[in-house]
Structures are given as C-alpha cells and as structure tokens.
Write a protein that binds this ligand. Structure first.
Ligand SMILES: NC(=O)c1ccc[n+]([C@@H]2O[C@H](COP(=O)([O-])OP(=O)(O)OC[C@H]3O[C@@H](n4cnc5c(N)ncnc54)[C@H](O)[C@@H]3O)[C@@H](O)[C@H]2O)c1
Ligand SMILES: [Zn+2]
Length: 386
C-alpha cells in the first residue's frame, strides 16, 4: 500500500463594497472590481438582471450601457438578459439552463464576468449557473434586496430548489466581487424590505449583543422604511457574516455546525410548506422565535430576553407566528419536524442546531426534544396569534 497525502490550499479574496449610485458613469467600484487583478484589459461582461429590479429601476439598461461606454478600455458589455425574480428563479433547472445557454452562446470564457444584479434568489441561481459552466466563471454580484445585501449576496454559496427542497442543488463558489448599492432598496415591496432584518436579528442574537440593542432601538425606523437605518443594519449584518466566513474555520461547511443557520430549520420548512407565501425573512423570523423560545425553555435564555427578541421582531413588522407552525401530518406529527430531518440531511453528520446562549452568545445542541417543541409552539400560539 502506498498512500500519498495530498494537501492543497486555495485562498479566496473578494472585495465587498458598500456604496450608492453604483452605475453613475464616473463611479469607480465596478471598473475597479472588474480589473481587481490588475490585468489592465477590456473585461467581457454579461449582465443578468432580476426583472423586479428591471421594472422598478427602468433606466438601469441605459445606465449600464453608458457606464460601459464611458470605460471602453476596461469593460465590454457583451449583453444583458432579464430573468424572472423571486423564488421561481431558482425553482428547478429551466432558468439555470437558460442562463448557461446564454453564457455559452455569447462565448464567455472562464475569465469573463457574469454580472448578476438582483435579489437573493436570482443571485443564487445565476451564481450556480456561473459556477458550473467551464467549472466556474467570474461572478460579480450586485445584490438588490436587504437579505441579499446583508446575508446571501456577500457569502460563498449558490443554489436552487429541487426535489421539493430549498437549495437541494448548489455549489460553494466565492464571488469575484460584491457591490452593494443602497439606492436599490427603496423600491422593495414591504415583505422584501423588512426581510433582511430577520437575518440581522439572527446574527445579532447569537453573536453581537450591541447590534441586537441597535436593532431594538431602530425598530420603528426600520419598519417605517428609513433608508439610513436599513443601510446601517444591512452593512453591519454583512460584516458579521463576512467575519464568520473569514474566521469561523469552516467557510465551505465541511463540519456539521452552521451557526448562521440559527432559526433556519423551521424557516426553510415554513417557506416551502407555505409555497413561498412566507418570504425567507418572514419564515426565518418565525424560526428565530421558535428556537429562542426553545432555548428559553431549556434554560439557555432568560424570559425577559426572550420577550425582547419577540418584541423586537414584531416591532420591526416581522411575524413570530404562522398557522403552519401547528400543522400536522396524517400521523399526528408536527409538520415542522420534517424540516428538522431535511436540515440534518442537508448539513450531514451529526444533527447540530445552534441556539442562543444568553443574548449575543450561542451553543450547539445535537438533539431536539420534540415534546419541548410542541410546548414552545403552544406558547407561541398564545403570544403570536393574539
Ligand atoms: N446563498 C445564501 O447564502 C443565501 C442566504 C440567504 C438567503 N438566500 C436565498 O435568497 C432568497 C431570498 O432572497 P431575497 O430576500 O433577496 O428575495 P428574492 O430574491 O426572492 O426577491 C424578492 C422580490 O424582490 C424583487 N426585487 C429584487 N430587488 C428589488 C428591488 N431593488 N426593488 C424592487 N423589487 C426587487 C424580486 O424580483 C423578487 O420579486 C431565498 O431563496 C434564500 O434561500 C441565500
Ligand atoms: Zn437565511
């Protein structure tokens, strides 16, 4: 027997920019991102645009073309495709195939750039397509929702929904650059405006007590669509995610722990069970409520802290209850518990659920007491259904 132990280390670097007016002709961020390796050449770019952004920012095509025309030595805008936005974008292979075909027909090579502009769903789907064509093209993301700017759009994952499960298919594929422009946010529908705040609560509760206080103090402003409060929320949320990816020791999730999925085992199940009536943020808010109430019953979180979490979420206009939480399958089992199995399969290895351990702290548990989940859901039915 001869065993050679092979070891490869690959470093990934990508800039994450926070700005406004990204496509103003003289804004340097996109050109700097395209040429961030100092290649000093004309970069071939294909833009894929979320139709929700296209409809609400109707001058975007023109601005992109003008931008490219202003920088002819660095940018060649080979084309622009509009795709349907929202969860349907990542539902199965159809749209992914379409994007792959576009990339192929336009003869993009591995050093060409796919510029994805849109919400988390479009970014997940376009990112997935871009990560498998030629084993991966450069992807520049321009996230346009609060969830995408503060969470998914700055990370390393792509995905699509298949086999009745969210993100059943996908890749780990760090982007080439991420450009966050808060000027996109004012046109969001109410559900998508506030969605990102759920992810902010998620990461604040388990990692950053001061940020949690900020969210409570900003609840009215966030609910009333104050752009400055939202920009700060999204930025801080994104930085906490980036820090976790950088220093957490497991950016590609090889282990079983996934702290940033606090609240998500219930959340993902509710999203699919509601046929996406509940947005990701709304479903995650309910998931945070369930896991926090569970942590409280386990003695990990004080009752007053739980109260502040629930009030904070509702104060921002996020739900902490949905009738689907109490839904049961034919055998009488709580339907959300199916989500626990799917979550377990998705992560692999030992079941690991992250729970708050005091505000700003976390702990991992490997067993979920289903009787306790029943009680917690009863508790929430009382406060949440009122
Ligand atoms: N990859 C990850 O790590 C990660 C993390 C969190 C969430 N996600 C995924 O992201 C998705 C949710 O993303 P989302 O909350 O961004 O919603 P979304 O992508 O579903 O978009 C919601 C709606 O907003 C529209 N829209 C987008 N930008 C707009 C703008 N600026 N103005 C007006 N309308 C706009 C879209 O067309 C869509 O109709 C889920 O599929 C979730 O699983 C992925
Ligand atoms: Zn999430």
């Amino acid at each position: 027997v001869e065993t050679h132990v092979q070891s490869i280390r690959v470093a990934f670097d990508y800039p994450v920019v926070f700005t406004r007016g990204l496509f103003a002709a003289d804004h340097p961020a996109l050109i700097d991102a395209l040429d961030r390796l100092g290649e000093r050449r004309r970069h071939r770019v294909w833009a894929v645009l979320d139709d929700g952004v296209d409809r609400t920012h109707s001058d975007l095509h023109d601005r992109l073309r003008t931008y490219a025309d202003t920088h002819p030595t660095r940018m060649d805008l080979a084309g622009l495709t509009v795709v349907g936005g929202g969860e349907a974008a990542k539902n199965g292979w159809d749209v992914v195939r379409q994007v792959m075909a576009t990339i192929g027909q336009s003869r993009m090579d591995r050093q060409s750039v796919v510029l994805a502009i849109g919400g988390g769903a479009v970014l997940d789907m376009v990112g997935f397509a871009a990560s498998i064509v030629h084993r991966g093209l450069r992807l520049v993301r321009v996230p346009t929702t609060t969830i995408a700017q503060g969470d998914g759009g700055v990370g390393v994952k792509t995905g699509m929904d298949e086999h009745g499960q969210k993100n059943f298919v996908g890749t780990f594929a760090p982007p080439f650059a991420v450009l966050n422009d808060s000027d996109f946010l004012p046109t969001l529908a109410p559900r998508d405006w506030i969605g990102g705040v759920a992810e902010a609560f998620k990461v604040a509760i388990i990692k950053d007590a001061a940020f949690f206080e900020f969210l409570l103090a900003s609840a009215d402003a966030l609910r009333q669509r104050d752009l400055q409060a939202m920009t700060e929320t999204v930025r801080h949320c994104a930085l906490l995610h980036l820090e976790h990816l950088r220093a957490g020791g497991d950016p590609f999730e090889m282990g079983s722990a996934r702290p940033l999925d606090f609240g998500h085992w219930v959340g993902h199940r509710l999203e699919t069970a509601s046929d996406y009536r509940l947005g990701h943020g709304q479903a995650v808010a309910i998931g945070i409520a369930v896991d926090s109430a569970y942590a409280c019953r386990r003695g990990l979180l004080g009752a007053a802290d739980l109260r502040r979490i629930l009030d904070g979420l509702t104060g921002c206009g996020l739900p902490i209850w949905d009738a689907l939480l109490a839904a049961r399958s034919a055998d009488g089992r709580l339907d959300v518990l199916v989500g626990l199995e799917q979550f377990h399969e998705h992560l692999g290895g030992q079941l690991t659920i992250t729970l708050p351990n005091g505000l700003g702290g976390k702990t991992e548990v490997h067993h979920v007491d289903t009787d306790l989940v029943e009680q917690v859901i009863d508790d929430l039915a009382e406060v949440g259904d009122a």
